[in-house]
Design a protein around this ligand. Structure first.
Ligand SMILES: Nc1ncnc2c1ncn2[C@@H]1O[C@H](COP(=O)(O)OP(=O)(O)OP(=O)(O)O)[C@@H](O)[C@H]1O
Ligand SMILES: [Mg+2]
Length: 273
């Protein structure tokens, strides 16, 4: 059974259909890529899954449990967290403080003991900091814990977001364009990190435009176009799907290695895994 099962999600913004009956599912310990041209509805689908917006119709199930429309913190309590396409970090806070924002859902003590700083609270606070440090170690930036997030280069800020999501100890992690703005070296490191995360049994749903990253990481791909799922399957099948290739017509990108304009899907046929 899929650990995340999302069925028939429909969402309109002022009469404009952003999603129509969109389905996506992911098995434990695997990577599902969610791809599609700009405006296809990828982020909207993430928002509907993570509880940041309520779908007009459809169902979100985590581990078989219907959690449609619950707020993000409840989703996180059930093991589903996400990162954002546009980073949502507190620039003036330190790296570890940003990660603790995610970690706090794991703190069972009440507001009163927190206010009075009772020993139990202090203990939980210490445990939360330890957990945040573990998350920072997992993404390889523990030494930056006390730095202000705003002073870090972009690639490191992306890692802070991932650490914040990991600090909630998710079983499902949604990553919205985690490689956007990263150098080729940083993108490779990110790939390693995702492999490590799925090795630990976490399911990852990855929105990503960089087809090299998608094709080398995804076990299965769901393709959205204009709010509809137009294809689902393993990378080899998706790369050769005429409807998918057509959906990307006119969206050629520059190959950084060759300086040529290439079709995002068909180009990847020549790339070795
Ligand atoms: N809050 C909103 N209000 C109105 N329209 C929205 C809102 N969020 C998304 N849309 C619209 O819904 C459609 C899908 O947008 P979405 O951001 O989900 O696409 P996307 O696939 O993530 O694109 P990109 O690859 O550019 O990130 C677009 O037409 C967008 O303009
Ligand atoms: Mg998006």
């Amino acid at each position: 059974m899929a650990i995340l099962e999302v069925t028939k999600i429909t969402k309109a913004f002022g009469g404009v259909a952003a999603l129509s009956n969109a389905d996506i599912s992911v098995e434990q310990g695997t990577v599902k890529a969610l791809i599609g041209p700009n405006g296809a509805g990828k982020t909207t689908l993430f928002n509907c899954i993570s509880g940041h917006i309520r779908p007009d119709a459809g169902e979100v199930r985590v581990g078989g449990k219907n959690l449609t429309g619950v707020p993000p913190f409840v989703m996180a309590e059930h093991g589903l967290t996400r990162t954002f396409q546009n980073l949502e970090l507190f620039a003036d806070l330190s790296v570890i403080e940003n990660v603790l924002v995610g970690r706090h859902i794991r703190m069972p003590v009440g507001a009163i003991s927190a206010m009075l700083r009772l020993p139990r609270y202090e203990r939980e606070e210490r445990r939360a900091r330890d957990g945040a440090m573990v998350a920072l170690e997992r993404v390889g930036i523990a030494e930056l814990a006390e730095c202000a997030v705003g002073s870090l280069p972009y690639g490191k800020q992306r890692l802070v977001e991932i650490a914040r999501a990991l600090a909630t100890e998710p079983i499902i992690l949604l990553l919205d364009e985690p490689a956007a703005g990263l150098s080729a070296g940083e993108a490779d490191e990110l790939k390693e990190l995702v492999l490590q995360i799925i090795d630990e049994g976490v399911a990852v749903v990855l929105v990503e435009h960089d087809m090299r990253t998608v094709m080398s990481l995804a076990h299965e791909i769901t393709v959205l176009d204009a709010g509809r799922v137009i294809a689902v399957g393993p990378p080899e099948k998706i790369q050769n799907d005429p409807e998918v290739i057509a959906a990307y017509l006119g969206t050629d990108v520059t190959d950084v290695n060759k300086g040529e304009q290439v079709h995002p899907i068909t180009q990847s046929v020549t790339i070795k895994k």
